[in-house]
Design a protein around this ligand. Structure first.
Ligand SMILES: [Zn+2]
Length: 287
């Protein structure tokens, strides 16, 4: 994983406006969907990979995760983490926002070939790519921008496709479909982006607030379910460790205070849950 320093900001790429036809109806009761007020949310996946926890937490022994094996069996493959590559589609007021675009079909991630399943998952869920109005990127690490190039032929033939930044982000700027944000920005009715720096300088999250219900998509502020409890551990991919820890604590405190659902890309699919208290400690609990 690598930070791409595009003005240290986070971006949205605005795709051509499309209307959502009735044939794009999303099944209401499938287990990867969630309704927050008037906002409909669908969890999608680009696949998942397993790897040694010491990749993300090099200062910690494998044993520290043992107490979590029973609590999060779906997150562990033996002693390894089983990490989802999640994306989310938000539908509100006739607009659709895709949050993050997975790792994509090229290259390898932590020594594993790209699973590259996101486009099939769009199909499986009956969501047409051409119904997405806006692609919101929480940050510009490789595993969140990989399928941006599905938007145009030009990107597929880009000579710099060997490098994720050039392949997945720069062409968007060239095409004039890249918007950079540095503060709170409303993307659709009830869906607002807000800054959560630390994992990267310009990392952004989404607040979904509608009809007195709330959810927050927090990107890689929380990279594993255990970080809801172990907030102080140094998370190697964070650009600024102390800032990452502070932002993590702040957003979890806020989620508890506001009784908000928390949505994250790298938890077990589909990645929506809440914070609970157990003998005084805070834990992630999937919905
Ligand atoms: Zn990530």
């Amino acid at each position: 994983m690598r930070l791409i320093t595009v003005d240290s900001c986070v971006s949205t790429c605005i795709l051509p406006r499309a209307t959502i036809s009735k044939s794009e109806h999303i099944p209401a009761n499938s287990n990867n969907t969630l309704q927050i007020g008037d906002v409909h949310i669908t969890g999608l996946s680009d696949g998942s990979i397993s790897f040694d926890p010491r990749v993300l937490f090099p200062e910690e022994s494998l044993e520290i995760w043992e107490p979590y094996y029973d609590r999060f069996p779906e997150y562990f493959s033996g002693q390894f983490f089983q990490n989802n590559l999640g994306s989310f589609v938000f539908t509100s007021g006739g607009k659709r926002v895709l949050a993050d675009s997975g790792f994509g079909p090229h290259g390898d991630m932590l020594g594993h070939p790209a699973p590259g399943e996101l486009i099939q998952d769009f199909e499986k869920n009956g969501i047409g790519l051409d119904t997405i109005d806006t692609v919101f990127l929480t940050h510009l690490h490789d595993d969140h921008v990989g399928w941006n190039h599905f938007t145009t032929e030009e990107m597929l033939s880009d000579p710099n496709r060997g490098e994720a930044a050039n392949r997945s982000v720069m062409p968007l700027e060239k095409q004039g479909v890249l918007d950079l944000m540095d503060g709170e920005t409303e993307l659709a009715h009830g869906i607002t982006a807000f800054p959560t720096p630390g994992h990267t300088p310009g990392h952004m999250s989404l607040l979904i607030a509608s009809n007195n219900e709330r959810a927050m998509l927090v990107g890689d502020i929380l990279g594993s379910p255990m970080q809801a409890t172990e907030t102080d551990l140094h998370y190697w991919p964070d650009w600024d460790g102390p800032m990452g820890i502070k932002t993590r604590k702040d957003i979890l405190d806020r989620a508890e205070r506001e009784d908000s659902v928390v949505i994250r890309s790298h938890l077990s699919y589909p990645g929506c849950g809440t914070m609970i208290r157990w003998e005084g400690r805070r834990y992630w609990k999937a919905l």
